[in-house]
Design a protein around this ligand. Sequence first.
Ligand code: ADP
Ligand code: MG
Length: 255
Amino acid sequence: MEQLNPHQGIDTSAPAIEVRDLHKSFGDNEVLTGINFHVNSGEVVCVIGPSGSGKSTLLRCVNRLEEPTSGQILVEGIDITDPDTELDKVRSRIGMVFQQFNLFPHMSALRNLTIAQQRVKGRGRKEAEKIARENLAKVGLADKEAAFPAHLSGGQQQRVAIARALSMNPDMMLFDEPTSALDPELVGDVLDVMRRLADEGMTMMVVTHEMGFAREVGDKLVFMDGGVIVEEGDPTEVLTNPQHRRTQSFLSKVL
Ligand code: ADP
Ligand code: MG
């Protein structure tokens, strides 16, 4: 998308995300107990697993919303657990979308998309608004730029949140159960936007309970339980022919 070289100083041959022996404890509670995996550039990796298995913690470690207890996380080859790494720089390459949208309630959809562009990217208002409008159009909300979050449906709010993340021109997007808070009839529009992003080649890590999405859009499916990756592989293969008892047990409850 960008004409200027957006990868300056970045090792483009490295995986987009590489996690090596990641451990994370909260007090005595070790919730990630040695996670290893990678996401290649342009890949969509879906993460499933029971509540409390550490999915959100893993995602939050990847952009350092949580500090890992030990292990390494490399983003485009840069070790973000290294104290010398400029975290803001790395974070700005990663878009994050949460279950609860987290829009600014007192700002219009357009302003929700421009504020970080202006404050973090240093863009002028005109440029930020142009990029915001492109991204609102992309998620099918060109006519909602003046609307405040409270006047949008949950599905529309989530699409604004996706457009907001895209306005920062991330190299990759992390989604934490983006459709779990939505009424069932609103889920499809959000998944369609995500599917289109994937088709355009966006690198994505998606924690989700939408097995259809994982099967159709995911390049890889990761099943977590009890702070470890129990099983990973081709989504259709994992969903139809799970190898581990814990995967079988989980899938028998959700499919
Ligand atoms: P999931 O997203 O798979 O449901 P989480 O990563 O949210 O799982 O949580 C994994 C475990 O870590 C849970 O036992 C949870 O209570 C604990 N946990 C998550 N965040 C915190 C925190 N900030 N402080 C203490 N414990 C936490
Ligand atoms: Mg979670």
